[in-house]
Every structure is written in C-alpha cells, then in structure tokens.
Design a protein around this ligand. Structure first.
Ligand code: SAH
Length: 344
C-alpha cells in the first residue's frame, strides 16, 4: 500500500526515507517542501530525479482542489469547498480578525453527532479526515487567499474528538517548527461534549483552547437539541470540564447558540451561571444561524443582550460572537460537505 506522506511526522518520514537508503537530512528537505505546499514530488527540485520518481512510487501526495471559492461582500470572509483525493468534499472558512487571520477547518466528511440546529450533520458521517487533509486546509487556504494564517479553529464540519488520533497528529504537524509552526495557543478545538475524549485530551496537556458546545444548562433541554447529551449528560460533561481546567490550567470557552424560545430564557441564564460558578470559563453567545432544514429560529437581539447581562451580573464573562460570512453561508453550523440545490 502507498503511504500517505502528508500525514507523516518528521520522525516517521526519517524512518521511511532511511528504509529507502536516504540520509537523515533528506526527511527535513521533504517535510519542508510538503509544508510549504508542494503539490507533487516533481516540484522538489533539490532532490535527485531518481529520488523524486522513487517517492512518487512509494507515497501518495494528493493536495485538495478548490471546487468553489466564495468571498463575503460584507466582511471579506472566504469560504472554500475542497475536493479531496477520493472525491469527497469539505469546507473551510478564512476570517479576518484584528488579531490575525483565522482559518476554520473541518475534521470529518459529514458528522455523526446529529445536533438539531446544525447543517454539517445532515446526511451523517461519511469518513474521518486524515491529519494531512487537515494540514492542507490550513496550508492551501493561506496559499490561495494570500492571507497569512495565524490562528486555527477546529470548528468546521465534523466532531474533532470523534477523530482523536488524526486530530492529535494534525496538531503536532501544524505546530512543527519546520512546518507551518502555528502555536498551540493560537488553536481552538470545539467539541459537542464527548466526555471520555475530553478526559483523554486533558492528558495531552496541550496549550490550545478547548471550546465546548453547551447550548443548554439542563438535560431536559440539551437532550432535545443534542443527541450526544443522552450518552454524556450535563453533570458528567461539567465534571470532565472542571477536571480539564484543573489539569491544563486553561480556561474553557462554552459556546451557546441562542435559539428563540428554546434556551434563551432568563431562568436558563441563571441555571447556566450556576453551572459555571467558580470555574475558569468564558461564555460565547452565538445568535443561531439560519439552517434551511431546521425550524429553529434565532433569539432576538434584545433577548441575547438580556441573557448576556444576566450572566455578567452573576460574574460570568460572556461575549456575543460576531457573525462573519453569513451572506455566503459560512457561519457556525452552516458548513456542508456538498453543493446544495439552491446553488445556481
Ligand atoms: N462538532 C464540534 C465542532 C463544530 S464547531 C462541536 O459541536 O463543537 C461549530 C459550532 O457551531 C458548534 O458550537 C456548534 O454547536 C455551533 N452551531 C452549529 N449549528 C449552529 C447554528 N445553526 N447556529 C449557530 N451555531 C451553530
């Protein structure tokens, strides 16, 4: 079987190349080419022709193709639809923030989690992405857009902790000094709440920011919008979050999509504040984005503001997430793995 070279770390590459009789420094050369965006072995001109041919025979190198690129007229947000090697497609979004350009990447083709408000889970999970496919979303978003990427959020299609090993490998590759060298503190990973995997991530003790999609403070409401809550109820999730903060010393960011009449009452704000009391936490309020198949509606601006104030009064820091790229369906929960029929 041909090996996927883009998903290999420097040690694995060194080992594989030494098996081909190559000296140690060769791996660094190849790694550098790969992480600068070489699309074929042919481009690696400081390697001999024979070696390039040998690599092409031993390894697959298959960068994603841009199927569609949309640029928001309101804020310059860019959404890419990529075609992967096997024909599957995923989306990534490049956002321009004052603190730097951020790319939101997908971790899976589709998603198995079934959240009621999210477009990415329609049609279920097709497959998990490789580490290399995640690296390529960052790398080729930067190369195609010409915008230097300084931050990454794993908040696109898929549940990153459902693809734990490949995501862990991706983090290692993207953080590597000879690769894109993006600092862990510039990376956020969002999960719907897979408790055992949150505990496993805590063991890795990384300096990234963990975001938890909470969306409701009680099991009664959370279970109706997030099936994962039936497996890992709020109390177990919060226990894992508290342990995570303790182990890593990092603050958790809780995402809360505000859905009119479902999770936006002031009693729910009180319950949320009580849940987070004494924790190293931050709440990110997201007015629900429109998803064609879902009847759920966003809370009004006044309700979002009142909810935020109720949290602040209890000493919980809460911010309202700015919505970027809504004119191109590039906002939270709007990413999809294929074209939609409304497409011209
Ligand atoms: N599976 C992970 C990663 C996805 S991140 C997770 O669930 O966290 C995408 C974020 O957008 C999550 O917080 C998700 O709950 C939220 N989201 C999904 N659909 C949304 C919508 N219609 N409006 C606002 N936020 C939404």
């Amino acid at each position: 079987m041909m090996r996927d070279i883009k998903s290999m770390d420097l040690e694995e590459l060194t080992q594989a190349l030494s098996e081909l009789g190559e000296p140690k420094f060769r791996a660094g050369q190849v790694f550098t080419w790969l992480h600068r965006g070489a699309k074929s072995f042919e481009e690696m001109t400081n390697l001999s022709k024979q070696l390039r041919a040998r690599l092409a025979a031993e390894f697959t190198l298959c960068p994603p193709e841009v199927v569609r690129k949309q640029v928001s007229r309101t804020d310059g947000t860019i959404k890419y639809l990529w075609r992967l090697c096997d024909g599957n497609c995923v989306e990534s979004v490049v956002m321009r923030y004052h603190h730097g350009n951020t790319v939101c990447i997908s971790s899976e083709v589709g998603c198995a989690m079934g959240c009621a408000f999210c477009a990415s889970t329609r049609g279920g999970l097709v497959r998990r992405l490789t580490a290399g496919e995640m690296v390529d979303q960052v790398l080729f978003s930067q190369l195609d857009s010409g915008l230097p990427i300084s931050n990454i959020v794993l908040m696109g299609i898929g549940e990153p902790l459902d693809n734990f090993e490949n995501v862990r490998k991706f983090l290692l590759l993207i953080n590597h000094p000879q690769g894109m060298h993006i600092g862990m503190r510039h990376i956020s990973l969002s999960t719907c709440g897979l408790v055992p995997r949150i505990r496993q991530l805590a063991e890795e003790d990384l300096q990234l920011t963990l975001s938890v999609s909470l969306h409701a403070p009680t099991d009664a409401v959370r279970s109706t919008i997030m099936p994962v809550n039936k497996a890992y109820p709020v109390s177990e999730l919060m226990a894992a979050c508290r342990d995570y903060c303790q182990k890593t010393g990092r603050r958790i960011s809780f995402e809360y999509a505000m859905i009119r009449g479902v999770n936006d009452s002031l009693e729910q704000a009180q319950a949320l504040a009580a849940l987070l009391q004494g924790m190293l936490a931050h709440v990110n309020l997201i007015p629900l984005n429109d998803v064609a198949e879902s009847p759920l509606k966003p809370s009004t601006r006044q309700q979002v503001a009142a909810f935020q104030q109720a949290l602040t009064e209890k000493g919980i820091t809460a911010t309202v997430r700015r919505t970027l790229g809504s004119d191109i369906d590039a906002s939270c929960g709007q990413l999809r793995r294929k074209y939609e029929s409304k497409e011209a």
